[in-house]
Design a protein around this ligand. Structure first.
Ligand code: KG4
Ligand code: ZN
Length: 336
């Protein structure tokens, strides 16, 4: 019988289940994005948890059917425990606990950020020690991965996350939610040098970031320009994307030099950004530090990364009881 691990992810507005095999890699995965949030320009927690309630069971059934596997055949069940929206996390946790209770299959709680990091282990080996830049809608941090399961927090954002900056700037420009992919599309036709937006904390000498000033600078610029023509939207998008990616790449290079990193990974939704990948590659190549990132659909929230993390943790002997609880915030280094 093949070793198969189920992953369940419901931390924000994507409902997702996946099956991972250490031999074959990803066996099945289904993700349903919730589109109801678009008209509000951001995720509405109550709508998110109710949508998880409706879609989680059918999604679970479809991955199990696709892989032709029964619940009792699984080696483990991994579920995102936090950080995330409490109501959304509790839907996934209750569902995972019910499956584990009914079948006796081991249950393990997974830190959402470790899931993002281990999206890099879906299609190849995740090499350690390595540096990881986690950039998503809720998080921006540099982390040293000493080994799978052991991470050191090096620094993070003092205010908005990089993805949040993309989303807020997208909203200012009247672009659809989420702003990141929309800004990248617009930026493709714009001039990244049109406006000189700030790169905050450039001189701090630390692995810290700040993006709230950038959002204000963009707002003031947009207000001063009067009517937003398509050409202005493209130039503002390109210049803002350039500022965000530039500071992320600069601080990553600083951390990599300081720690003598041998390997670098990108993780999280913003890792799907082509300009970020390009700039990071340009800066790390002269240092001979190999850089990798997950396939775009595994950068944003998905259960494939959770099933992969579950495989690693259960293989290491980790298991949680039915008292497993959610947590809304928390760093990787203080977990487990
Ligand atoms: O990892 P993720 O799906 O959710 C969190 O854990 O937060 O990340 C979502 C974030 C959003 O802010 C979205 O705008 C951003 O990732 N994002 C992008 C791109 N694709 C998604 N940002 C920049 N460029 C992209 N192509
Ligand atoms: Zn995420």
């Amino acid at each position: 019988m093949e070793e198969l691990y189920l992953g369940i992810e419901t931390s924000c507005d994507d409902t997702s289940c996946a099956l991972f095999s250490p031999g074959r890699g990803l066996v099945a995965d289904v993700t349903a994005a919730q589109l109801d949030h678009e008209r509000y320009g951001g995720v509405v927690p109550e709508i998110a948890s109710r949508a998880h309630m409706r879609t989680l069971l059918p999604i679970y059934e479809s991955v199990m059917e696709e892989a032709r596997v029964e619940l009792g055949d699984l080696r483990g069940i991994g579920v995102t425990q936090g950080p995330g929206l409490t109501g959304s996390l509790l839907v996934g946790l209750s569902f995972a606990k019910a499956l584990a209770y009914g079948s006796g299959v081991p249950l393990v709680g997974i830190h959402h950020l470790e899931g993002h990091v281990l999206a890099n282990a879906l299609e190849g080996r995740f090499e350690t020690p390595s540096l990881v830049l986690i950039v998503s809608g809720g998080h921006t941090q540099l982390v040293m991965a000493d080994m799978i399961g052991r991470y050191r927090f090096l620094g993070g954002t003092r205010d908005d996350a990089a993805g949040e900056a993309f989303d807020k700037i997208g909203k200012l420009l009247g672009l659809p939610y989420p702003g990141g992919p929309a800004i990248e599309r617009e930026a493709g036709g714009g001039d990244p040098g049109a406006f000189d937006f700030p790169r905050a904390l450039r001189q701090s000498g630390k692995c810290d970031f700040s993006f709230s000033g950038l959002k204000t600078a963009v707002r003031l610029k947009v207000e001063s320009l009067g009517r937003l023509t398509p050409a202005i939207v493209r130039d503002v998008a390109a210049s803002a994307q350039e500022a965000i990616c530039d500071i992320l790449a600069e601080k990553s290079l600083m951390a990599a030099r300081r720690l003598g990193a041998k390997r670098f990974y990108l993780a999280g939704g913003v890792a799907a950004n082509g300009r970020l990948r390009e700039m990071m590659t340009e800066r790390l190549a002269p240092e001979s530090i190999p850089l990798s990132w997950p396939a775009p659909r595994f950068c944003t929230d998905n259960a494939a990364m959770i099933s992969c993390a579950a495989c690693h943790h259960i293989s290491m002997g980790h298991q949680d009881g039915l008292d497993l609880n959610s947590f809304p915030r928390g760093n990787l280094s203080s977990w487990r």
